[in-house]
Design a protein around this ligand. Structure first.
Ligand code: FEO
Length: 389
């Protein structure tokens, strides 16, 4: 059997990016893939392309199945360059193809990225395209993950080409979810949601209300594995994440210069544990912000700490807060903490950033001059516990 065969007549012709470890700042510890799908029908159709450095591989994969000059349609579900980056190369190899994109934002994006010469047709939600034996129906899913995003459904195959939605940054040699360890697949899907889709819960719910009415045998995202056995699992996960229901979990995240802020972080973690809250504990020097916000996704409590360095919080903490703010986590309680020698500006700066995130204050900001004493740390531990119980 062809390893790239999704279902008879439909092939995965994209590329696996085994080595990528940073995806515009998201740490992709397990790599990723840029999935593109080739449909052989009376009208030969390519769903999405790949990141530009993989254009040659995409064209080789297509050529192994069909002459690219025979492609009639290229569906551009999303204009972000990890999916449209090879569009010019594919259009050059497929001179008779029409690019199908969403109206108006897909077209706007394509024109701005690639100029006005692409042969295109725009579609709105509910529009259909006959390929012969099969039909494609388009559903716009704005902000999943850009304004132009759409998904493409093939009812005859019960197959949803979901682009960014339901994706995972995960490189693998076997392309279906049930051919890979389920805990790894779900963990990467969760990290992907946290880092890409967390701000867009309302839009996720809207998309789910449409997608959940479709008959689905396969959900084929543009990153990672194709959902075959776990479709219901991933739909339920998305519905759960989009509700932003906080679990009884805390994230303690900090940077420290000489150990005082770290000692406070440990006391705070103990306070949460005393209140039976599950703690995730991160030194920003040792952990990546994209892993930390994955823990934030389901947490109810966040404590962020920094000593004061040259009248400011530590740069690692500032970067974390910038990233966190952009992802708009909801339904959290938070507070700032940190040690200082003389200025002490870091703690109010952090508290201000947490307030800008619209987090409810859990505690008054906790500051410690130079080195906290054993009694200071015990008091901090008690305060955290008492704020929760
Ligand atoms: Fe995978 Fe929003 O691009």
């Amino acid at each position: 059997m062809n390893q790239n065969l999704v279902t008879p007549g439909i092939y995965q012709v994209g590329a696996v990016d085994w080595n990528v470890r940073s995806f515009h700042g998201y740490r992709t510890a397990r790599g990723t893939s840029y999935n593109a799908y080739l449909i052989l029908d009376e009208k030969i159709t390519l769903i999405d392309t790949v990141k530009r450095p993989f254009a040659k591989e995409l064209l080789e994969n297509i050529s192994a199945i069909v002459d690219p000059t025979r492609i009639d349609y290229i569906i551009s579900n999303h204009v972000e360059p990890d999916h449209s980056g090879a569009l010019q190369e594919v259009c050059a190899a497929a001179p008779n193809a029409t690019v199908i994109t969403s109206d108006p934002n897909g077209l706007k994006g394509l024109m701005l990225h690639y100029g006005k010469d692409l042969p295109y047709r725009t579609v709105k939600s509910g529009d259909s395209l006959s390929l012969g034996k099969r039909t494609l129906t388009f559903v716009q899913t704005p902000m999943l993950h850009w304004p132009d995003s759409m998904v493409t459904y093939c009812p005859e195959e019960k197959l949803l080409f979901s682009n960014d939605a339901f994706g995972q940054h995960l490189a693998a040699s076997a392309m279906f979810d049930d051919q890979n360890p389920k805990d790894v697949v779900m963990a990467e899907a969760e990290k992907y949601y946290a880092n890409i889709l967390m701000p867009f819960g309302a839009q996720v719910k809207k998309a789910l209300s449409t997608v959940s009415k479709l008959e689905l045998s396969l959900v084929a995202p543009a990153h990672g594995l194709i959902w075959r056995s776990g479709i219901q699992d991933i739909l339920e996960k998305y519905a759960y994440f989009a509700d932003d229901v906080p679990e009884n979990r805390a994230v303690v995240v900090y940077d420290s210069m000489w150990g005082s802020t770290e000692a406070m972080a440990r006391a705070i973690a103990q306070g949460f544990a005393d209140a039976d809250v599950r703690v995730a504990f991160y030194d920003l020097k040792e952990n990546h912000i994209s892993d930390i916000v994955t823990a934030v996704l389901k947490a109810k409590y966040i404590a962020v700490g920094s000593p004061t360095l040259n009248n400011n919080m530590m740069p690692n903490v500032s970067a974390f807060l910038t990233y966190l703010t952009g992802l708009s986590p909801k339904n959290k309680k938070a507070f700032a903490f940190g040690s200082y020698g003389w200025g002490g500006q870091s703690v109010p700066q952090i508290q201000q950033a947490l307030a800008a995130c619209k987090f409810e204050p859990l505690l008054e900001p906790a500051k410690s001059v130079y080195v906290p004493t054993f009694e200071d740390l015990q008091a901090l531990r008690r305060m955290v516990k008492e704020a929760i119980l």
